[in-house]
Design a protein around this ligand. Structure first.
Ligand SMILES: Nc1nc2c(c(=O)[nH]1)N[C@H]1C(S)=C(S)[C@@H](COP(=O)(O)OP(=O)(O)OC[C@H]3O[C@@H](n4cnc5c(=O)[nH]c(N)nc54)[C@H](O)[C@@H]3O)O[C@H]1N2
Ligand SMILES: Nc1nc2c(c(=O)[nH]1)N[C@H]1C(S)=C(S)[C@@H](COP(=O)(O)OP(=O)(O)OC[C@H]3O[C@@H](n4cnc5c(=O)[nH]c(N)nc54)[C@H](O)[C@@H]3O)O[C@H]1N2
Ligand SMILES: [Mo]
Length: 765
């Protein structure tokens, strides 16, 4: 199946000796600590190991690159504020293995493309700038100067700046991101797609329209004083393990937790905190009080059923459920919402959601009782065609209860990458606001481009259609993270030049434009010396706190440059008449923070406040009860019931993360909490569905999509019987990205529908 003489754009097939056990009930605890230590020792010497781990998320240390969950403002564990998966992320970056010119001389690009993502990542840190010349089989070393020259020549040759695309992944610091967008806009385009387009873009759109700010409203402290937390479409045990500590503390303060998910995820059921003794010895904390096992894509019917039941009770006893005063003063569109709810039938909606009506009634009761309520969500809501509506429906619930703009209440979209939110604040956005562009114009004396640029989906299409010819990535793994892998591969290969600023080898270095360049950069954990002086950077977490991050380790190679330095040198090489003193700015990052302060609201006294322990909060209207929307109030919305169009022999597939990966970086081959070991090409299925297709657990199937008449195939996935709703299946990302159609994305946010792909299954031959 894999032709070894040809480039392989998708994850190659491998023989996996799969082992299955029952899914776990408890997350974290001693096993998690031992598991993380195992990962660290494989990558690091003892000296670097302790130095790294104990400084994670300390006030003076570096920000964990694992996720964007905030650190406690007050007490931080002396062991380091980290979790099992944060440790894996750090070990991955701090590894002592190296990928240099010798490695690339030995292994051709075609050969490397047949390595698994796991093996590519485990090869080590990139050490030198490298170039792949047209028609050549191997990357060769190139000097930084020559690399910048090649890129700038190509950029200046384009017939329009809009023929270049500048992607960002969410680890880039505020300082690097600000310089990057400034460079790109001075060059002349708003083509600044980012990983957020595939992630929380739907949240951004939904929240901006309804609450006037695209970010969440809660602070960490709100978790400790709330009555009810609803966690929907999120798997924190794996993806935000430190959130479990906050949930545990909430429970200790008598909060209730409702979990809404097609899967009973271990982390949400029971949690043993590895950072205190109880977590090593005791039986853990039961987190979820009520589990609603919703069908994939059926959250709107579920929330609507709850709204209908709440309305019934409110009408029976006015004022007993809804916060009339809040609704009157702060919201718009109440009557319309109520009228539309009156046309719905709760029992019918419950059926569509797949959740037992009696459980929905129990949830309604808990919601009715709660005075303060927080709703948390992640990719389970954002990656559907009706993703924006998913989120707006839960905003309706919060507004009816008056649970916005008051302590212990609000929205909590849990961000993915550790600085994805900060990058957007810094202007990494294809649809910049005029006010922001005006400020750039005033401060930096140039005419910024006004036409909106390409987001991720449209960037891929532009490359495929020959409208874009240069692709530049500030981090990430564009090929594997985006939808429709084979289509995206052709799009990238259509480019004249593709450039990747990276720390580690990945598939995007192998499926490239005619010429390809790798620019190796410093990671979060490393000391960043400029002009002989150690610099720090700053990042914004999921709750809008901006704080410092200081690398501690010796860089992986003396040839690495920091991201801000790379942007500055590229800008110097490319821009003819920029008034920005690029080199001068990069010599001392305080200077970059000064120009950020002059440009972006909320950053007053940036350099001083970022040096305070724990950093500072950015302003947040929704948190304070000020809704900067088109109506000047918080908006109710009417969200239609999605039409679920699956035939008898079809399934809805969600693509999720295993416990041993960070997006496209594969740390290991186990999904411990789900009881799946040593395998990634698996498909989780209900036992009745396995029977229905005349297969047995352990059999291999091909997964086939027929979106808009076009066939897409991902071969050979082993069936794992799992407690998942019928007609829903789950596979891992990125193995099945090949099945996510480029034209299947969320309305208004253009986020690929990675959690909602209609497929058929066929026994593999
Ligand atoms: N260790 C680790 N940490 C990470 C990452 C990682 O890959 N590894 N990635 C980071 C990034 S960029 C992000 S965005 C986050 C991702 O964090 P998550 O969003 O938690 O990640 P996913 O694995 O995509 O999980 C989605 C969850 O939604 C559920 N789900 C799927 N479809 C539906 C649905 O229709 N309705 C409901 N209610 N639930 C549904 C799935 O069962 C699963 O539990 O994590 C960040 N942190
Ligand atoms: N099917 C499916 N597809 C998905 C998703 C899904 O749930 N299902 N999730 C989507 C989501 S939420 C996201 S956020 C995207 C993620 O998309 P990306 O952010 O593009 O992908 P990552 O895998 O996080 O990128 C990993 C690479 O980043 C580089 N890197 C790591 N650290 C640094 C650094 O400090 N600086 C630089 N310059 N480079 C660095 C390394 O070379 C590494 O190989 O994927 C999306 N794709
Ligand atoms: Mo993400």
């Amino acid at each position: 199946m894999n032709d070894k003489n040809k480039l392989c754009a998708t994850t190659p097939l491998e023989d996996e000796k799969i082992r299955i056990t029952a899914p776990k009930q408890t997350a974290a605890g001693p096993i998690a600590v031992l598991s993380s230590i195992k990962h660290v020792y494989k990558e690091l010497s003892l000296k670097n190991c302790s130095k790294t781990l104990f400084s994670v998320n300390q006030m003076t240390g570096f920000d964990c690159p694992g996720c964007a969950w905030p650190d406690p403002d007050d007490h931080r564990s002396a062991m380091g504020e980290f979790c099992e998966n944060g440790v894996k992320a750090i070990a991955e970056e701090a590894t002592e293995k190296r990928v240099g010119p010798g490695f690339f001389a030995k292994h051709s690009v075609v050969e490397l493309s047949h390595w698994s993502d796991f093996k590519l990542g485990k090869s080590g840190r990139l050490t030198h700038p490298m170039i792949l010349y047209p028609g050549k089989s191997n990357y060769e070393e190139i000097s930084w100067e020559e690399a910048f020259q090649k890129i700038s020549t190509q950029l200046n040759k384009l017939s329009s700046p809009d023929e270049a695309i500048f992607y960002t992944s969410g680890r880039t610091s505020n300082e690097a991101a600000f310089l990057y967008q400034l460079f790109v806009r001075q060059y002349g385009t708003n083509n600044l797609p980012d990983c957020s387009n595939m992630c929380h873009e739907s949240s951004g759109v939904a929240l901006s329209e309804t609450l006037g700010i695209g970010k969440g409203s809660v602070k960490l402290e709100d978790f400790y004083i709330t009555d009810l937390i609803i966690v929907v479409g999120q798997n924190p045990g794996t993806n935000h393990p430190r959130m479990l500590t906050a949930l545990q503390k909430a429970k200790q303060n008598n909060a209730q937790i409702i979990t809404i998910n097609p899967l009973p995820e271990a982390g949400l059921l029971n949690f043993k905190n590895p950072q205190n003794l109880g977590g090593w010895l005791g039986s853990g904390t039961n987190l979820t009080d009520l589990f609603l096992q919703v069908k994939v894509g059926a959250d709107v019917p579920l929330f609507k059923a709850i709204l209908c039941l709440l309305l019934e009770e409110e009408e029976a006893q006015p004022g007993s459920v809804f916060d009339r005063d809040f609704i009157e003063k702060h919201t718009h569109g109440y009557q319309e919402l109520i009228e539309s709810l009156r046309t719905q039938n709760a029992e019918e909606l419950a059926k569509q959601s797949g959740v037992d009506f009696s459980l929905i009634k129990q949830a309604t009761h808990k919601i009715k009782q709660a005075k303060r309520m927080i709703i948390c969500w992640a990719m389970g809501l954002t990656q559907h065609k009706n993703a924006v509506q998913n989120i707006q429906e839960l905003v309706n619930l919060l507004l009816l209860k008056g649970c916005m703009g008051k302590p212990g209440s609000g929205t909590c979209p849990v961000r993915g990458h550790s600085n994805v939110q900060g990058d957007r604040t810094m202007g990494i956005w294809e649809k910049p606001k005029d006010a922001f562009l005006n400020q750039l114009k005033e401060n930096f004396d140039f005419e910024p481009p006004r036409t909106h640029g390409y987001d991720t989906v449209n960037a891929i299409k532009a490359m495929a259609e020959g409208k874009a010819k240069v692709f530049f990535a500030m981090g990430g793994n564009f090929l594997s993270a985006t939808p429709d892998t084979n289509y995206t591969a052709r799009a990238l290969q259509n480019c004249e030049l593709t450039v990747q600023v990276s720390t580690k080898l990945n598939r995007s270095h192998l499926i490239t434009g005619k010429t390809a360049i790798i620019l190796p950069c410093l990671g979060r954990t490393e000391i960043d010396l400029q002009n002989g002086k150690a610099q720090f950077v700053s990042v914004e977490n999921s709750m809008g706190i901006v704080h410092a991050s200081r690398g501690q380790l010796k860089p992986a190679s003396e040839h690495l440059k920091s991201e801000p330095a790379i942007v500055s040198e590229l800008a110097e090489a490319t821009l003819k008449d920029s008034k920005v003193k690029w080199t001068w700015l990069t010599e001392d990052y305080d200077r970059i923070r000064d120009i950020i302060e002059q440009t972006i609201p909320g950053f007053g006294n940036y350099n001083q406040r970022v040096r305070n322990d724990g950093g500072f909060y950015l302003p947040n209207g929704a948190r304070e009860g000020n809704f900067h929307t088109n109506t000047g109030k918080a908006n109710f919305t009417i969200n239609p019931i999605p039409e679920i169009d699956v035939k008898e022999d079809e399934f809805i597939m969600m693509t999720i993360r295993s416990h041993d990966q960070f997006n496209t970086t594969i740390y290991g081959l186990d999904d411990r909490y789900r009881g799946i070991f040593n395998a990634r090409r698996i498909v989780l299925m209900h036992k009745n569905d396995i029977q229905k297709i005349n297969c047995q657990a352990g059999d291999e199937v091909d997964i086939i999509g027929h979106y808009e008449g076009e066939e897409r195939i991902a071969p050979r996935f082993k069936i794992v019987a799992y407690p998942i709703p019928e007609q829903c299946i789950a596979t891992y990302f990125p193995e099945t990205n090949v099945l996510v159609p480029i034209n299947s994305y969320a309305d208004r946010s253009y986020t690929p529908t990675s959690k909602n792909v209609v497929v058929k299954l066929k026994a593999s031959s």
